[in-house]
Design a protein around this ligand. Structure first.
Ligand SMILES: NC(=O)c1ccc[n+]([C@@H]2O[C@H](COP(=O)([O-])OP(=O)(O)OC[C@H]3O[C@@H](n4cnc5c(N)ncnc54)[C@H](O)[C@@H]3O)[C@@H](O)[C@H]2O)c1
Length: 314
């Protein structure tokens, strides 16, 4: 039985991951933590305030709750990190090394997500391979590549059971996205319901990888349960479900709301980040090593997103 400490649990992923993990491993075995106070479903089980830049407190909470796993989600995302790069370095790298140290000292299993942001303009753009050139040009990307290497290092050097994926842009209706470059792909659904129109800050024709949240959550559980001896890559598995540009979302929405209109007002900061990322990534290593398979495509995801958001804001 797992007992899991989750950092950054109030974020876009954490808010739903906590519910999923409590369903799989039992309410009392999932310790949600965040620098912000608990809200909503997070209050229905153990919760602690935790700043991941405070290693002593991470240690104390892990010890107090006798956890055997850390899932480390606390981070500043790509667009936010570009606005405050030094703070992003301190939280993203400081938080990661602190949680890895606690995992080493207490012999815990460890998960943290990397991102498609770990790639850069010189990376092959189409069907980006698992092992390839990684020279990102954003602070977030620098943090993610360094983080992938650091997780590999803690496994090789200290035997910590580190595992991770490179998430694409995640699409969900429960918690709002936290300042990433793919946030438009969530906003577009809310605006489709509210206004029947959306102005995209990402330009027409800009492809990026995306995934619906239930597939992302299932991937985390599946990877953490996978047979360790079958994992060749361990950290930073490419995983993706959808490669899409803004017009693909508009067309999928028009199947349900025919009068929906899309316009463009490009934000140069986020467009520059998007242009440096792959159009599509190759998930075959994750499929071969631990059986990753996404269930949702853009059409099944769009149907569900529109239904759930309509219910939520009615
Ligand atoms: N959401 C995506 O599309 C996506 C894609 C790729 C990778 N990821 C990665 O997944 C992880 C989680 O992403 P998310 O979308 O849930 O992010 P988010 O921004 O929605 O949530 C991050 C959470 O971390 C908390 N936090 C910030 N600073 C903290 C600190 N010092 N100590 C403790 N908590 C702190 C915030 O309060 C927030 O609740 C990150 O590592 C992110 O890079 C996310």
């Amino acid at each position: 039985m797992k007992r899991i400490l989750v950092t950054g649990a109030r974020g876009q992923i954490g808010s739903e991951l906590i519910t999923k993990l409590r369903g799989v491993y039992g309410n009392d075995n999932i310790i949600a933590t965040d620098i912000r106070t608990a809200e909503g479903e997070l209050k229905e089980g153990p919760f602690e305030i935790l700043d991941v830049t405070d290693e002593k407190r991470i240690f104390e909470i892990a010890k107090k709750h006798q956890v055997d796993t850390i899932m480390h989600l606390a981070a500043l995302l790509s667009a936010t990190a570009e606005k405050m790069p030094k703070i992003a370095w301190d939280i993203n790298m400081g938080g990661l090394v602190n949680t890895l140290e606690v995992a080493r000292e207490l012999k815990l299993q460890f998960f943290t997500p990397s991102s498609i942001g770990a790639f850069g303009p010189s990376t092959p753009k189409v069907q980006t391979p698992q092992d390839t050139l990684q020279r990102p040009t954003t602070m977030y990307g620098v943090n993610k590549v360094a983080g992938e290497l650091l997780c590999d290092y803690y496994y090789e050097r200290f035997g910590v059971d580190t595992r991770g994926v490179r998430f694409p842009g995640l699409i969900s209706y429960v918690a709002p996205p936290g300042g990433g470059t793919t946030d438009y792909a969530v906003e577009i659904y809310y605006e489709a319901i509210k206004q029947k129109a959306y102005t995209s800050y990402i330009a027409e024709g800009t492809y990026m990888d995306m995934m619906y949240m239930p597939d992302a959550l299932e991937a985390i559980v599946q990877l953490m349960e996978a047979d360790s001896t079958k994992l060749v890559h361990r950290n930073a598995f490419n995983i993706s479900a959808i490669s899409a540009e803004p017009m693909d979302f508009a067309k999928a929405i028009q199947n349900h709301i025919p009068e929906f209109e899309i316009a463009f007002n490009v934000d140069p900061v986020r467009q520059r980040i998007a242009d440096s990322w792959p159009d599509s990534i190759d998930s075959s290593a994750a499929e071969a090593e631990w059986g990753f398979k996404a269930k949702y495509d853009i059409n099944s995801m769009t149907k569900e997103m529109l239904e759930k958001i309509a219910e939520k804001i009615k």
